[in-house]
Design a protein around this ligand. Structure first.
Ligand SMILES: [Zn+2]
Length: 285
């Protein structure tokens, strides 16, 4: 008898193009308010696409955005999606001490709950910045009332990663559930298979093959992520950025929406909380 298809988690990190960590050396935080904001337009576009594809997703939303665009948070919630937290100010968890980290995640959670009318259960650290050296962050998340996190990338990368971390959902300190973005294991090493720059770099067929390997070969749900600016090829260009950052940020923006639409057709997708918090190894419910 054929197995029922696995439901994968579709996740969107709601931040604007000028808040991306790799561009931080070029755009001061104090300039954020004076930049042309594209988030309403881009998230609106994503909501239409998800509606057309009858798909629900999890939106890891920045508190900074929620405060300025409260209607946007309501629209996400009203459309039946999960509103989760990407922290308040998009600072890497690894750059903050315990007090500053707690203040950031606590403020974001309260703000998002007020605006959405939903319990905010999930958190994703900016740039997957929880790793070996700041496992205390899980204690803070639990104290703030989060139920799960999607913050450790079990790969080797120049900006983030904890290559020896488990590849699939697992309990961490304090009983919190960590649900890492998807990787595949080849030649004794983990490789990213979950979105971002890699999804824009590789042909779509490769991404599909990798996800099939995780669903069919390993019987596990995949966690895919993208950002609203990744479907916006008309976004203002930031001058003076180095070649590597420019390549990573602007590569194939024009093709990304088409590829995401194919992903939505080729696989089953849902919200993080619906997939992981109702499993026996999750928090129940
Ligand atoms: Zn982010």
């Amino acid at each position: 008898m054929p197995r029922a298809p696995i439901t994968n988690a579709l996740t969107i990190d709601v931040e604007d193009y000028f808040q991306v960590s790799a561009l931080a050396p070029y755009i001061a935080r104090s300039e954020w308010d004076s930049r042309e904001c594209r988030i309403e337009r881009n998230v609106g576009h994503i909501l239409t696409m998800l509606d057309e594809c009858r798909t629900k997703a999890t939106f890891f939303t920045l508190g900074w955005i929620a405060e300025r665009y409260p209607q946007l948070v309501r629209r996400i919630a009203d459309a039946g999606h999960e509103v989760a937290s990407h922290g308040y100010g998009h600072q890497r968890a690894s750059d903050l001490d315990e007090n500053a980290f707690f203040a950031d995640i606590d403020a974001a959670k309260k703000l998002l709950e007020d605006l959405s009318g939903q319990q905010v259960k999930g958190y994703r650290a900016p740039s997957f910045s929880i790793g070996e050296k700041n496992q205390w962050a899980f204690d803070s998340l639990e104290r703030a009332g989060y139920l799960y996190s999607s913050s450790i990338y079990p790969i080797r990368h120049d900006h983030y990663g904890m290559p020896d971390a488990p590849r699939f959902a697992h309990k961490v300190r304090g009983g919190l559930l960590e649900v890492p973005p998807t990787t595949v294991c080849f030649f004794g090493r983990n490789w990213p298979a979950s979105g971002g720059g890699y999804f824009r770099l590789m042909p779509y067929a490769v991404s599909r093959w990798l996800l099939n390997r995780v669903n069919g070969g390993e019987g596990q749900p995949a966690i895919f992520f993208f950002h609203p600016w990744e479907i916006d090829y008309e976004q203002p260009r930031i001058p003076g950025i180095n070649l590597k950052t420019r390549f990573r940020h602007y590569l194939n923006l024009r093709r990304t929406e088409g590829r995401i639409r194919r992903l939505l057709e080729d696989f089953h997708w849902g919200r993080m909380d619906a997939i992981f918090l109702s499993r026996p190894d999750g928090e129940g419910g």
